[in-house]
Design a protein around this ligand. Structure first.
Ligand code: FO1
Length: 313
């Protein structure tokens, strides 16, 4: 079975891990089940001269079981000697980069400068970490999410980490998207038997993927089952600013609000059991509704949710 997950950061990484665990190794003589994770690059940034792809790294570290589970991003058991030294040299250190995480950014930057596309660099990093699924950036081209706020247009990480996503979001701009091309393999991956939209932020994580020309159309025309998992549970975001952004952009802050955004792009909407009362209204949008516990927690919870999704293929 071929499965493709469209993912942002932490929520996407956790579901990718669950799908990897659930798909497991191929039984002898059977073709290997293939998981492709297409990852948002709108959060990518450059700091200290290094190219940083936070969502790709969150997905890689989580699949390699090297991630810091509590924070959701970065590596477990990190040290920060380099960041402290950078601070002593007068650098801005608002973006926390651990010593071992920095090695990832150094390798990425060096290879990009040698002319390798981000997809090839990501494949190299994934192989080095023993990651089994194929992890693809949405595009090898530059695509930067810019956030319009009452204080003006902000770069994504300035909004998200620098200002702790405290500003009201008036709109989003995906700079470079018009000229971006899907990375090799992305459009083919959307022809999988199952395409899952992770419980990632619909505006900050999924929209920038769909903004790459051809991707939204390929998802609309996808021949397999298309399933989205709501990142809103009980009117609140599982993590991050999804609830505030839904509200400021005029959407209902609920799994129904998310379903309205995804109607036409997916066949099945997975909502949390705490939102069971919304199932009828979601079904009225023409979607099949699956009600379950969507809070994944640790690996067993991720694998359980993933198995329920695989049943839709
Ligand atoms: N998120 C934070 O909230 N604070 C940080 O200092 C931070 C550093 C960081 C470093 C490397 C990395 O791969 C991710 C990092 N993140 C940090 C997470 C990241 O900014 C966001 O979670 C994503 O961009 C949103 O999906």
């Amino acid at each position: 079975m071929n499965v493709t997950l469209l993912a942002g950061g932490v929520g996407g990484a956790r579901l990718a891990h669950g799908l990897d665990l659930a798909l497991g190794a191929a039984p002898t003589g059977k073709p290997a089940p293939a998981l492709t994770v297409v990852v948002n690059v709108g959060d990518d940034t450059e700091l200290h001269g290094l190219d940083i792809s936070p969502d790709i790294d969150t997905v890689l570290y989580t699949l390699a079981e090297l991630n810091d589970e509590e924070r959701g991003w970065g590596l477990r058991g990190e040290s920060y000697a380099t960041l402290t030294a950078l601070k002593d040299l007068g650098e801005d250190t608002w973006f926390t980069l651990g010593d071992r995480d920095l090695a990832t950014h150094i390798v990425r930057t060096a290879r990009l400068r040698r002319g390798e596309p981000l997809s090839a660099v990501t494949a190299h990093l994934a192989a080095s970490m023993g990651v089994r699924p194929r992890v693809l950036p949405a595009t090898d081209d530059r695509l930067a999410t810019l956030v319009d706020t009452p204080s003006g247009r902000l770069g994504f990480q300035e909004y998200f980490v620098g200002r702790q996503h405290a500003d009201a979001v008036l709109g989003l701009h995906f700079d470079g998207a018009d000229a971006a091309r899907p990375a090799p393999g992305v459009l083919d991956a959307l022809a999988a038997e199952l395409v899952v939209l992770a419980p990632s932020n619909p505006f900050l994580s999924i929209e920038p993927l769909l903004a790459v020309p051809g991707v939204r159309q390929a998802l609309t025309d996808a021949p397999g089952r298309r399933v989205a998992v709501s990142p809103i549970v009980g009117g609140q975001a599982i993590k991050g600013p999804a609830a505030q952004i839904l509200e400021s952009l005029g959407h209902e802050v609920s799994a129904l609000g998310v379903a309205r955004i995804y109607a036409g792009l997916v066949d099945v909407m997975v909502i949390d059991e705490r939102d069971a009362n919304l199932a009828g209204a979601v079904a009225d949008l023409g979607l099949t509704v699956h009600v379950t516990d969507t809070i994944m927690g640790g690996p067993p919870g991720r694998e359980r949710l993933a198995r329920e999704l695989l049943a839709f293929a």
